[in-house]
Ligand binder design. Sequence first.
Ligand code: TYD
Length: 214
Amino acid sequence: MKNGLFISFEGPDGSGKSSTMAFIGHLLQEKGYSVVLTKEPGGDEIGQQIRQILLNPMNQEIHPITEAFLYAADRAQHVQKIILPALQAGKIVLCDRYVDSQIAYQGYGRGFLSKDFLYDLNHMASGGLLPDLTLLLLVKPEIGLMRSKIRDHGQSDRMEQEAFAFHQKTCQGYLDLAKEHPQRIFTVDAEKPQAEVVEICWQKISSFLKEQGK
Ligand code: TYD
């Protein structure tokens, strides 16, 4: 039985979702909510080991199928060990990336596996668990990549090192996902100043909590 609420944050690399999520987590805690902040890949110890394989720039030989299964394996571990127990305990789970990342990156970005295959794979990995609400922070790929370069002092990971066309396709994926799931996915213009982005996300989450009677 799931009593909590599951909110994911999505967006291209450098969209500012991690820091926005941290602000939102803090605001929710101040209001007295019990909140769990987590991320993919790497939500627990096992997930961290999978993350190392996935993001290590040395691992150029990972095949797109292997990559998809590794992200899915990380998700299975994360759902079972972190997300579901927290939701069952009535907590609000804020998750930095989830299934939409897989569709945008392994689906649109790689262009190797079909969306249907990836949805089936994720259904198996997550047991069909979807977020109650997804905040999608959108920035143009050139802006996102520039921001993550500055943030990481030029030390980009294996995914960030992908060609610009890969990131463009990923962004297109997110736009399509937002059109396909308008009930669940709320899009935010993340090129605005961060304080404004946090405020827009906070307004959305506050009204969502009210609607849910929380
Ligand atoms: P991370 O350092 O967490 O990036 P960010 O701070 O931008 O969220 O790295 C996660 C990377 O993994 C990111 O490039 C997106 C990618 N990813 C996928 O390709 N598929 C997935 O299913 C997930 C969860 C992430």
